[in-house]
Design a binder for this molecule. Structure first.
Ligand code: NCD
Ligand code: ZN
Length: 364
């Protein structure tokens, strides 16, 4: 399978040698693929890097039912580039009206891989989310019984809470009580952004895990204001202080089985980012693996990259490890600054920059 047309803007010189790293094919445990023209535009990037993806259900309207998830999965499969074996794993958007029977039905049918808890209003398309998590107990008890993972967007929604404290407040007020109430539930705290959440995951090892995005490993909250306001770096949870970024890097490279890739690639059209009120989300999907591997190299931890990228997530979800391999090459590449979507475009995280690592051959 060749992916060079998407990624290879800096041509390789004939016979040039470079360091390479071959790992088991990785998975992305948190991806927003959207729908329609956007899906078609962004999916090739994810499909070129990852064998499977946990697909977020926050479409408009959200994916709350089994049949809607099956139809969405079919649209994703149809949008894959020729020859791609990318497998979308679907998630159920939890609302106040979710019934345990629908959860169990979809899980037993092999449609749902997990269910996603958005506190109502916490982020993009979260207004149908859950208003009172305690009332979700019958759903969570059922998930616990059938072994279905819960994925959590962990931010407080009270507008009076400082935006940089929303993850910490949620962890104290909602996450710890939830973990106490449901001790057998497999829970993924999505896009961890603080040192305290890293510690919370570690303290619940085995039943709680955390995904880490590429952008939270390389930007901190000051990056959002570097030389002016940077709308394309704005996402939720918002990037935190430098000490938190350092803690995330240590968690990712630790080899600890509770941390794994979740790019939270969340494309928005340029017009909705460069706007009076900018939407939350970073399109990290096109440069994700190149960014992660660069971080592991900088931290002297390339030997632990495969665990984070291709082992820990599958083990936590109880899914088989991928069979094939992908080779990463220490050779500069430059990805387009933006990707066209109809007449508009989406700005690529680290697009247009020279990146030290390139994607090489994928062996299925
Ligand atoms: C995501 C989106 O745009 O769907 N945005 C984001 O900032 N991460 C939603 C989410 O995962 O919070
Ligand atoms: Zn997300």
């Amino acid at each position: 399978m060749t992916i060079s047309s998407l990624f290879d803007a800096v041509p390789r010189k004939d016979g040039e040698a470079c360091a390479t790293l071959t790992i088991r094919r990785p998975d992305d445990w948190h991806v927003h693929l959207r729908d329609g023209a956007m899906l078609k535009a962004v999916l090739p990037f994810t499909a070129a890097q990852f064998r499977r993806g946990i697909v977020m259900p926050n479409l408009v309207p959200p994916i709350t039912g089994v049949e809607a998830a099956e139809a969405y999965r079919a649209r994703i499969l149809a949008a894959r580039p020729d020859g791609s074996d990318f497998t979308p794993l679907m998630t159920c958007y939890l609302t106040d009206a979710t019934r345990p029977e629908e959860i169990e039905r979809g899980f037993r049918m092999g449609v749902w891989a997990a269910a996603k808890l958005y506190p109502a209003g916490a982020t993009t398309n979260a207004h149908h989310g859950v208003t009172d998590i305690a009332k979700l107990a019958p759903v969570l008890e059922r998930m616990e019984r059938i072994g279905m993972p819960l994925l959590v967007h962990g931010e407080a929604t009270d507008p009076a809470v400082d935006i940089f404290d929303r993850e910490a407040v949620f962890m104290e007020q909602e996450m710890l009580p939830l973990l106490k109430r449901h001790q057998g539930l497999k829970t993924v705290i999505e896009h961890v952004t603080t040192a305290e959440t890293v510690a919370l995951v570690r303290a619940h090892a085995g039943r709680a895990a955390g995904t880490i995005t590429p952008h939270h490993l390389v930007i901190n909250r000051t990056s959002l204001f570097q030389g002016g306001l940077r709308p394309h770096l704005y996402c939720l949870p918002v990037a935190k202080r430098e000490r938190h970024r350092q803690a995330l890097r240590q968690a990712a490279i630790s080899g600890d089985g509770n941390f794994f890739i979740g790019t939270d690639t969340a494309p928005h059209l340029r017009g909705t980012k460069q706007a009076e009120c900018c939407s939350a989300g970073v399109f990290a999907g096109a440069t994700a693996l190149q960014t992660y591997v660069q971080v592991f190299e900088e931290e002297g931890a390339l030997d632990r990259f495969e665990a984070f990228a291709a082992v820990n997530g599958a083990r936590f979800y109880g899914l088989p490890l991928n069979e094939g391999t992908i080779t990463l090459e220490k050779r500069p590449c430059r990805i387009a600054a933006a990707v066209a979507v109809g007449a508009e475009d989406v700005v690529v995280f680290r697009g247009g920059e020279e990146l030290p690592w390139s994607l090489g051959e994928v062996r299925p």
